[in-house]
Write a protein that binds this ligand. Structure first.
Ligand SMILES: *Cc1c(COP(=O)(O)O)cnc(C)c1O
Length: 500
C-alpha cells in the first residue's frame, strides 16, 4: 500500500515514509492510495481474536512495507497491561437499550489519544529503521490538551527522537496542564502559547512549511515530524478500535451479520470520526456517522450546509479538547468524497487560509449529508447530560463524551432511528473532574473547592475509582515553565533544540 498527498503533488510514498514525515511536502495530508475492504470471513475470524491480534491483522492491510514481526512488536509494545488498565483495551459498556459506549481512555493519560499515541512511537522508530534514517526526528505537537500529554508519554526517552509540545496556556483543564508540565524525560519540551488551539496548530504548521527552518534543522542533522492527527500513523490505529467495537457488538449478539450501526463521535479536529469513516469504507456497515460538536459548531454548520466558515468567535467551553475551529482532517474526507480530486481540495484549503471560508457545492454536500449527521451541545446541556446519566444510569460521563450522548439524543428525537449506536467515549471523567463534579455533586459541596479537591470528592461521592495516572498529580514537581507568544513559537523551538 502506498500513500499520496491530498494536495496532489506527492505520491508513491511507503507507509514508513508517510509516518516518518507526518505531513506531505506540498502541505497536504497523506492518504492511502486505496482503501482495503474486509469481507465477512475476516469479520468472522476477528471474532475469535483479542484486541492485540485484531490490531495486528488490520494494521497489516495498511503497513504492507512492515514485516509481521515488526507489526507484532509495535502492537505488543503499545497495548499491554503496563500501559492499559483494562485487559480488553477498549471495552464496551451499555448505556441504554440501543446505545453502547466504547471506553477509549484506559491508557496512561486517560484520554483516547493514547489509543494512537502509545503505538505511534513504535511505528515511528520502526519506520526510521526501515528507511535508514540517520537524522534525529523532532516531533512538533500542537495540542488542545490531550494529544500533548499522550504524545509526551509515548515519546518520552524514545531513542532518536525529541518531542516538543505547544498547548494553549489558558485553554486547557488544570489536570491536562499538570499532566504536561510535570512530564519527565530527557527528550521532552513543553511550552504554553498565549493563544488558542487554532493559533498553536497554525504556528506548528507554519514551522513545518518553512523551507528555511527545515534547512536549518537539516544542518543540525534533524528532521521534523508530527504526532498530531495529520500524521497517518495517528489515524490508522484509530480505525482498529471501531472495527473491534463492531466485532464486539457481533459477539455480544447486539448486531447480526449485515446489521448497520451508527457511530457517535465528540469531534474537534475531525480525526476520530474520520477513522470511523475509514472503518465504514473498509466494510463495517454504518448507518450514520454522528458528528457531535460543542458550541464551536463549525462542523455542524458544514454538515448541514456544505459551507465551512471559521469566521466566528472562538468559545472556551468545558469540553476544551474540542475547542477547535480549523478541523484539519476534514481535508482527508473531502479528498475521499471527491474521488481524490486534489485540485478541488487544494483550492478549498487555500480559500480557508485566505478568507476562513469555503463552499464545497451541492454534489459534495449531498454526499456529506448522506453519510453524516450533526448537532451541537452547549455547556449547560453538557452538565445536564452528565447529571442525568449519573442519576438515572449510574454511569459517569466526561464532558466530551457527554456532548456526544446529548447529540445522540437529539439525533434520536429528530429521526426516531433506533439503530444500535456506538458512542466513542474519549476521556475519563476524572480528566475533567471539576466540571463533572459540578454536574453531579450537591452545590454546597462544590463551592470554593480547588480542581484537585473536587477530584477526590468526586471519587468519594460516586465510588467511581480515579485512575492512578491522575492520583497525586497535584504533588508532582513542575518541570516545564515556558510560556511564549504565538509569533515566538519558532524561536522557542530553536531554544529548546539549542540552536540559539
Ligand atoms: C482530541 C479529543 C477530542 C476530539 O477528537 P478529534 O479527533 O480531534 O476530533 C474529543 N474528546 C477528547 C477527550 C479529546 O481529547
Amino acid at each position: 500500500m502506498n500513500y499520496k498527498s491530498s494536495r496532489g503533488k506527492v505520491s508513491g510514498v511507503s507507509s514508513a515514509e508517510a509516518i516518518k514525515k507526518g505531513i506531505a511536502a506540498d502541505g497536504g495530508l497523506f492518504v492511502p492510495e486505496s482503501i482495503p475492504t474486509l469481507n465477512e470471513d475476516l469479520f468472522g475470524a476477528l471474532e475469535e481474536l483479542n484486541y492485540q491480534q485484531r490490531a495486528s491483522r488490520i494494521l497489516a492491510y495498511y503497513l504492507t512495507d512492515f514485516t509481521e514481526q515488526e507489526i507484532h512488536h509495535c502492537v505488543q509494545g503499545a497495548y499491554n497491561s503496563d500501559n492499559f488498565d483494562n485487559t480488553r483495551i477498549a471495552p464496551l459498556a451499555r448505556l441504554g437499550e440501543n446505545v453502547y459506549i466504547q471506553e477509549l481512555w484506559h491508557g496512561p493519560t486517560c484520554a483516547f489519544k493514547d489509543m494512537a499515541l502509545q503505538i505511534l512511537p513504535y511505528l515511528m522508530t520502526t519506520s526510521m529503521e526501515k528507511t535508514g534514517e540517520t537524522s534525529e526526528v523532532v516531533i512538533l505537537v500542537a495540542t488542545s490538551g490531550d494529544t500533548g500529554k499522550a504524545a509526551l508519554e509515548g515519546f518520552s526517552d524514545v531513542q532518536g527522537t525529541r518531542i516538543i509540545v505547544f498547548f494553549p496556556a489558558e485553554g486547557v483543564s488544570e489536570v491536562q496542564k499538570r499532566q504536561m508540565v510535570t512530564q519527565e524525560g530527557n527528550n521532552v519540551y513543553v511550552a504554553g502559547v498565549q493563544g488558542n488551539f487554532d493559533d498553536a496548530q497554525s504556528g506548528v504548521k507554519n514551522i513545518f512549511a518553512s523551507q528555511d527552518y527545515n534547512e536549518r534543522l537539516a544542518e543540525q542533522n534533524m528532521k521534523m515530524s508530527s504526532a498530531n492527527s495529520i500524521n497517518w500513523g495517528r489515524l490508522l490505529p484509530q480505525i482498529v478500535y471501531y472495527i473491534s467495537a463492531y466485532i464486539d457488538l457481533r459477539t455480544e449478539g447486539a448486531v447480526k451479520t449485515g446489521d448497520k450501526i451508527n457511530i457517535v463521535v465528540p469531534t474537534g479536529n475531525f480525526g476520530n470520526i474520520l477513522a470511523a469513516y475509514y472503518a465504514g469504507k473498509m466494510g463495517v456497515p454504518i448507518g450514520k456517522l454522528i458528528c457531535a460538536a460543542n458550541s464551536n459548531n463549525v462542523l455542524t454548520d458544514f454538515i448541514r450546509s456544505g459551507i465551512y466558515d471559521r469566521n466566528r468567535p472562538f468559545e472556551k467551553t468545558i469540553s476544551p479538547s474540542m475547542d477547535i475551529l480549523i478541523s484539519s482532517n476534514l481535508e482527508r474526507l473531502l479528498f475521499e468524497i471527491t474521488g481524490h480530486d486534489a485540485q478541488k481540495v487544494s483550492n478549498w484549503m487555500e480559500e480557508l487560509q485566505s478568507s476562513g471560508c469555503y463552499n464545497v457545492g451541492d454534489d459534495v454536500y449531498q454526499d456529506v449529508a448522506r453519510l453524516f449527521w450533526s448537532d451541537y451541545c452547549s455547556d449547560q446541556e453538557t452538565i445536564a447530560t452528565i447529571n442525568r446519566s449519573w442519576k438515572e444510569k449510574r454511569y459517569l460521563l466526561d464532558t466530551h463524551t457527554a456532548v456526544a450522548v446529548n447529540v445522540y439524543e437529539k439525533y434520536q428525537q429528530a429521526t426516531g432511528d433506533n439503530t444500535i449506536s456506538l458512542v466513542a467515549s474519549t476521556a475519563s471523567p476524572f480528566k475533567f473532574g471539576s466540571s463533572v463534579a459540578a454536574a453531579v455533586l450537591p452545590p454546597e459541596m462544590v463551592a470554593g473547592r480547588s480542581e484537585f479537591e473536587l477530584l477526590y470528592l468526586l471519587e468519594e461521592y460516586t465510588g467511581v475509582q480515579m485512575p492512578d495516572a491522575i492520583k497525586g498529580l497535584e504533588h508532582r514537581p513542575v518541570l516545564h515553565k515556558t510560556v511564549c507568544k504565538i509569533e515566538d513559537m519558532e524561536k522557542t523551538v530553536s531554544q529548546f533544540l539549542g540552536l540559539e
